[in-house]
Design a protein around this ligand. Structure first.
Ligand SMILES: Nc1ncnc2c1ncn2[C@@H]1O[C@H](COP(=O)(O)OP(=O)(O)OP(=O)(O)O)[C@@H](O)[C@H]1O
Length: 205
């Protein structure tokens, strides 16, 4: 899908989240603007992953609204890359095949699969089935999906998990590039993202 020309803002208004009958959070309001990064923080169980699930349409808010200002008729998921705890990779396919699949699915191609793997430092595993890769290598392949198709919003759940220090620096660099190009990032995290200008959004006490 071609991206709309208008500046896009991911907007959440007065969100409440209920899981297993328990109110997890309520009254959550924020706007994610072009070029902006939000570090979503909070203790274990505060609802960070649940918020990401709501933003990408997998979980219905108990109350409140989520919309994209500038493209109100488009679901946020269609304008987002989501990298969650589950990497969504197909273990029998090679790294390159997984990325080619993602590119065909997501459209609006940017880098080729081979170039995206090179950017995340994995050119040598392109032809290996993902099932053979280490945890950190798998995460890098999942992150390479960010590079094969253009999406303004990156919604990331613990993106630094399983990455060694060099890979953390590489990811911070990719995120900075995305922000410099007018993209926006919301990342649930328990640690630093390596982004100086990131604004903290804390859920819970
Ligand atoms: N499918 C579910 N059914 C019932 N409760 C759930 C379900 N999924 C999550 N929860 C509960 O919702 C709460 C929020 O979970 P969530 O995974 O969003 O927290 P989190 O902030 O991402 O935690 P962490 O920092 O540990 O990753 C937790 O109490 C969790 O047990």
């Amino acid at each position: 899908m071609p991206l709309p020309d208008a500046p896009l803002i991911l907007s959440a208004e007065n969100l409440a989240c209920r899981r297993g009958g328990r109110l997890i959070f309520e009254g959550l309001t924020f706007r994610l603007r072009p070029g902006e990064a939000i570090a979503l923080t909070g203790r274990n169980g505060a609802g960070k992953s649940s918020l990401l699930a709501m933003l990408c349409g997998r979980l219905r808010p108990e109350a409140g609204t989520i919309r994209v200002e500038g493209a109100s008729d488009v679901a946020p998921l269609e304008l987002s890359h989501v990298v969650g705890h589950r990497d969504g990779l197909k273990t029998a396919l090679t790294a390159q095949e997984n990325l080619a699949f993602a590119q065909a699915l997501l459209g609006d191609a940017v880098l080729s699969s081979a170039d995206a793997l090179a950017r995340v430092g994995l050119p040598h595993v392109a032809a290996l089935p993902v099932g053979y890769l280490s945890a950190g290598q798998r995460r890098r392949v999942a992150l390479a999906r960010l590079l094969v198709a253009r999406r303004p919003f990156w919604l990331l759940d613990e993106p630094m998990a399983a990455l060694d220090l060099a890979a953390q620096a590489m990811l911070a660099g990719l995120m900075r590039e995305h922000l410099a190009q007018g993209g926006a990032i919301l990342a649930a995290t328990h640690g630093p993202l390596g982004l100086d200008g990131a604004r903290e959004l804390r859920i819970g006490p």
